[in-house]
Write a protein that binds this ligand. Structure first.
Ligand code: PLP
Ligand code: ZN
Length: 484
């Protein structure tokens, strides 16, 4: 039997809650931001506390049991259906294999170099090769539910993107098909060739705008105000819900014990870090984890508005100001005016209230340290992207600052797959970074292919002689000695 009839019966009562003015809205309407004040929403299940009628052990074993389920709708992020979006019916769930991403421990050599034990959680092993799929699976499942409930005959989904949001949105739209079509708006020349190829391959309408992500975002905001489209940027509160699954998975993989655990997350639009904090807070509320892990947001010196805000120690003196970004190898996080900043504040406050001082912090790192963080990780068997490199740079900075102790274990978010960002690796290897990046390659990190035999030899020698000469060249290069 493929669907085992074990789909959860619990249905929550969900509402949009505006973080600007506090107004609540019905979820049957497709809202993106607050119609009254343009504030961002969080989605709240007003009957959530009824879940506490079951003891933590009930939830722990339920989620563990579902980790082996054959029920498709419970195989991905909806394994945590009751905590995620308990209004979505089984028939509407879109599952493309998202979630369940592995946590890979740093080997002895890397751990020694960094000075503390840590893991990479490889969210690049999601279907479109970034964590964005967690949120899209939720947003598209809810959208499918709305389309069915309202009998809509066509819906256009639109998003601005630093590359991965559009890759993910286009993939899920292509799969759902039917009335759902997708258009993506990209900053021209500011996404990697791989990220551009993804929505093109999924058949989305790809529209380019000169400028940076923040420019694209303004276009999308204009559309949101004036036209009927389903917006899939991370202001979309359904995406945030899906991304909470990252926190749930960490807790589950650590046997629901996150004591003395630190979680490092790169901050761009700040949707991911708020989802992760929100997810851990939910688990804590139900007692599923006894204590909160500490959260470290990481930003580049080239795009650091959240760092700047929290770098002022006294909360009352903090002031949020957008920054103008300069080119960053952590390109997917190269955002000067993060739309989810109000959510960060909202969740960080709750987080610190329960987790105490130091349970939420933001670290700033250099471009040089970000790219070398990625190179170092990958030379020790990881598949980290540049944003994952940013996390490693953040962990190393935290160790230097005495913020993380050797007795703590850290989990670093490799938010995308290495292959999406190989262009930056190539610039490092060939010393071709434009000066704005401020990156100088160091020989110990550089690697390049070596040609061992010439094209002329290939053309002039007999096949047997060519093979012998090529093999001899390899022997010489590797210093091989015969079998004796
Ligand atoms: C989107 C993205 C980020 C930034 O996440 P936010 O939720 O915008 O803070 C980081 N890394 C990768 C690979 C991304 O695609
Ligand atoms: Zn409002």
């Amino acid at each position: 039997m493929l669907t085992g009839g074990d789909f959860p019966k619990y249905r929550g009562r969900m509402e949009y809650v505006c973080l600007g003015c506090g107004q609540r809205y019905d979820i049957r309407e497709l809202y993106y931001t607050c119609p009254k004040c343009s504030g961002v929403f969080v989605l709240e299940d007003t009957t959530f506390d009824s879940l506490a009628e079951f003891p933590p052990s009930y939830w722990q074993s339920l989620f563990d049991k579902r980790a082996a389920t054959r029920t498709t709708g419970l195989r991905g992020i909806f394994r945590y259906h009751e905590l995620t979006a308990p209004v979505v019916e089984e028939q509407d769930i879109v599952y493309l294999g998202e979630g369940h991403t592995p946590m890979v421990a740093a080997n002895d050599a890397l751990r020694e170099k960094v000075g503390v034990p840590f893991f990479y959680k490889n969210d690049g092993q999601n279907p479109s090769a970034s964590f964005k799929d967690r949120g899209m699976a939720c947003a598209f499942s809810y959208l499918k539910h709305l389309v069915r409930a309202n009998d809509w005959d066509s819906v256009l989904t639109v998003c601005a993107s630093t590359g991965d949001t559009s890759a993910s949105a286009a993939l899920y739209a292509a799969y759902v098909g039917g009335p759902i079509k997708s258009a993506v708006i990209l900053p021209k020349g500011k996404v990697t060739p791989q990220q551009l190829a993804q929505p093109l391959g999924s058949g989305a309408t790809v529209l380019e705008v000169p400028g940076v992500f923040d420019d694209c975002m303004k276009v999308v905001e204009y559309l949101a105000d004036n036209y009927r489209v389903a917006l899939l940027n991370s202001k979309n509160a359904w995406r945030i819900l899906g991304q909470e699954s990252y926190a749930f998975e960490i807790a589950q993989w650590r046997a629901y014990d996150t004591y003395r655990t630190c979680v490092f997350v790169p901050i761009g639009n700040a949707g991911n870090i708020t989802a992760i904090m929100g997810g851990f807070l939910k688990l804590k509320r139900l007692g599923i984890i006894p204590s909160l892990p500490r959260i470290f947001g990481v930003q580049s010196e080239h795009a650091d508005p959240v760092y700047r805000y929290y770098s002022v120690a006294e909360a009352k003196k903090r002031r949020y100001e957008p920054v103008a970004v300069t080119p960053s190898v952590a390109q997917a996080a190269m955002i000067g005016n993060p739309v989810s900043f109000p959510r960060v504040k909202h969740f960080a406050e709750q987080y610190e209230k329960i987790g105490g001082p130091g349970s939420f912090q933001v670290i700033r790192v250099s471009e040089q340290d970000i790219i070398e963080g990625m190179l170092l990780a990958n030379r020790h068997g990881h598949i980290s992207c540049t944003q994952g490199g940013e996390c490693l740079a953040g962990l190393r900075a935290a160790v230097t600052l005495g913020l993380v102790e050797p007795s703590e274990e850290s989990i670093l978010d490799a938010t995308a797959h290495h292959l999406k960002f190989i262009g930056f690796q190539d610039m490092y290897y060939t010393n071709t970074f434009p000066p704005e990046y401020g990156i100088t390659p160091r020989p110990e990190f550089v690697n390049a292919p070596e040609t061992v035999i010439s094209d002329d030899d290939k053309a002039s020698l007999s096949p047997a002689d060519y093979t012998a000469k090529a093999a001899q060249a390899v022997v010489t290069r590797l210093g091989l000695t015969g079998r004796g």
